[in-house]
Design a protein around this ligand. Structure first.
Ligand code: ADP
Ligand code: MG
Length: 362
């Protein structure tokens, strides 16, 4: 099944052809049209389409140039070039420049649909490969980093504890300096821990039947303790569906994912706010899934940052690691076959949706 939200930009100076293609695609995709190269480049920038259908003959800039620009702006954008009869030779050359496929005009609906579905599939696979490559190098690097960093940190912290005990508690500056050092050590320790959490391999044997409402209650309880100083200003409301089926999952990992989401919610509401957590069961022909929705009215995410949220190390916080959501995605999507999505309005709040599939016992 195709995701109805995927965006396709159709670039053709013939508005008749562009409209025709748009009509054919509309049922399954969000379409947008550009009739010249300049507009196309602008739209790729502002709308970030997943796929561009690009006519080679444009009134202002040659299609080859447009393709180059698109690829420079966002390598992940898939491009199918559309050529008039006889342009195949050129099209093949363009595929070397990064186009995934070409369509010879005129084409019928079936050819178009086939090419679009295929191009999006190739794009997804390429992104997935790149992600795996990053993971693989991190999987080797993080344990090394953890080892090298943790031992000295333990030593520093131990030594600081002794200094703290023996120092003159009336010396305010000294007391404060020790506190700063110990806090920084703790921060580094946490960073290393998050790095390890990110690469820790899945352990299937830890799978058990778990109740999502219960895991959430534990996570909420924990987060209120962690954020003791602000938790008085944050109101947590829950709407738990009492009839949720149990799911087979890793309790610790799911708790970790929920904690990361809750933590971000708390960190977005320094001045206080409301966090609502809702659970529900959605049945489908394939048994169904549990949906958990976390909504906060904190500071939200700026539009240009939405895309990067799940990338490892993406953070807008001074002391952030940018691994919280990357870990969530690993746990929920890769290890449990679920989905995690974020919608946000800067200044208004953020909603995180988690879907976890309910499976038959295997
Ligand atoms: P970190 O919390 O270390 O920054 P995360 O991966 O947990 O890393 O989050 C990445 C970024 O996503 C955050 O820096 C923040 O900009 C944004 N974010 C995530 N959740 C929220 C939220 N509930 N409200 C506002 N921004 C959020
Ligand atoms: Mg976080």
């Amino acid at each position: 099944m195709e995701n109805p939200k995927r965006k396709i930009l159709i670039v053709d100076d013939s508005s008749e052809l562009a409209q025709f293609v748009s009509k054919l695609l509309e049922a399954h995709y969000r379409t947008s049209i550009a009739s010249d190269g300049q507009t196309a480049i602008q739209k790729v920038f502002s709308e970030s389409p997943e796929l561009v259908l690009l006519d080679l003959k444009l009134p202002d800039i040659p299609g080859t140039e447009v393709l180059k620009k698109i690829k420079e702006m966002n390598e992940e954008t898939a491009v199918i070039v559309m050529t008039a009869y006889g342009g195949e030779q050129l099209a093949v050359g363009l595929m070397k420049a990064g186009a995934v496929d070409y369509l010879s005009k005129p084409f019928d609906e079936e050819t178009l649909m086939g090419a679009v579905v295929n191009a999006l599939k190739i794009r997804d696979a390429q992104i997935e490969d790149k992600r795996k490559e990053i993971y693989l190098s991190l999987e080797r690097f993080f344990p090394f980093l953890a080892h090298e960093v943790r031992n000295p940190l333990h030593a520093i912290d131990g030594a600081m504890a002794i200094i703290q005990r023996r120092s003159d508690s009336k010396d305010k500056l000294l007391v404060q300096s020790i506190k700063v050092i110990r806090e920084e050590v703790q921060h580094l320790n946490q960073f290393v821990q998050e790095c390890l959490d990110f690469v820790r391999p899945p352990v299937r044997s830890r799978l058990a039947e778990i109740e999502i409402n219960e895991v959430l209650s534990v996570a909420i309880n924990m987060i209120s303790h962690i954020f003791e100083d602000v938790s008085g200003k944050i109101r947590i409301t829950t709407e738990f569906d009492a009839g949720l089926p149990k799911i087979v999952a890793s309790y610790e990992e799911i708790k970790q994912a929920f904690l990361n989401i809750l933590k971000n919610g708390f960190e977005a509401m320094h001045e206080g706010g409301e966090l609502n957590i809702k659970t529900r069961f959605e049945s489908t022909s394939n048994l169904g899934y549990i949906e958990v929705i976390f909504s906060d009215n904190g500071k939200g995410v700026e539009k240009e940052n939405i895309k990067g949220l799940f990338q490892p190390f993406f953070t807008t916080k001074l002391r952030g690691t940018g691994l919280g959501l990357a870990i969530c995605r690993r746990i929920i999507e890769e290890r449990h076959g679920g989905k995690i999505r974020i919608e946000s309005d800067a200044g208004k709040g953020t909603t995180v949706r988690v879907e976890l599939p309910v499976r038959r016992d295997e």
